[in-house]
Ligand binder design. Structure first.
Ligand code: VGL
Ligand code: ZN
Length: 215
């Protein structure tokens, strides 16, 4: 694919807590930083997401007595997977990965900031009713295709790609610029995305649309 002026890159949750050594480390998560930087150079427009939870967030197992990480609890909006405390607002773990070329991004969407509702998706919180405002922002700017990279394939990347489709955008995930938390979950996420019309592409298949670049 060639990058078009109506494309926007969505760099999902490339944050310290999702890298090796972080509170909710994604296996091989650091491997996405280089490819995401390459994409940040290729795409003239980029938005970053930042998982951004208050202390005592409803997705933390420590917010319940006798609950372990990776168990699920019933929330008013459905089943909620419980996680180790991660990406607490303003904490070092919530910062963008060191080395991520974040400066050029035009917009940062922070998500999961309400104490009682999680948000894997950059578009819609887990109650599936509260909008983040991203769809409106992208539409107002005239973007029609969302190209996704970052962490984690089976959670925030997949939910964001599916919701991009649901909101009427084309969506494409760059397969070598994402990593998943769980292997089976990641395979299932790719299947769901494929069924929803989310495209899958390799980094090497993306050519710059900039007129100053060689064809
Ligand atoms: C994520 C679990 C909890 C993600 C965020 O970025 O994929 N996963 N919070
Ligand atoms: Zn989170």
């Amino acid at each position: 694919m060639r990058v078009a002026p109506t494309d926007v890159l969505l760099v999902v949750d490339v944050q310290v807590d999702f890298l090796p050594g972080g509170a909710l480390a994604v296996p091989d998560g650091a491997a996405v930083v280089g490819p995401c930087n390459r994409l940040l150079r290729l795409f003239p427009h980029a938005v970053l997401t930042q998982d951004w939870h208050p202390p005592g967030h409803a997705s933390f197992h420590t917010s319940y007595s006798g609950r372990a990480a990776f168990e699920t609890v019933a929330m008013p909006y459905g089943a909620q997977m419980l996680w180790p405390e991660h990406c607490v607002q303003g904490s070092p773990g919530a910062a963008f990965a060191p080395g991520l070329d974040a400066a050029r991004a035009e917009l940062v969407i922070r998500k999961g900031h309400g104490r009682d509702v999680d948000s894997y998706s950059a578009f819609l919180e887990a109650d599936r009713a509260t909008r983040t405002g991203l769809a409106g922002a992208l539409r107002e700017r005239g973007f029609t295709r969302v190209v996704l990279c970052g962490l984690a394939t089976d959670f925030c990347v997949a939910w964001s790609a599916l919701d991009a489709r649901a909101a009427g955008f084309e969506a494409v995930v760059v397969e070598d610029a994402v990593r998943g938390i769980d292997r089976d979950g990641t395979a299932a996420a790719w299947a769901r995305m494929g069924a929803a019309g989310v495209g899958r592409i390799g980094l090497s298949e993306i050519a710059s649309g900039r007129t100053d670049a060689a064809p």
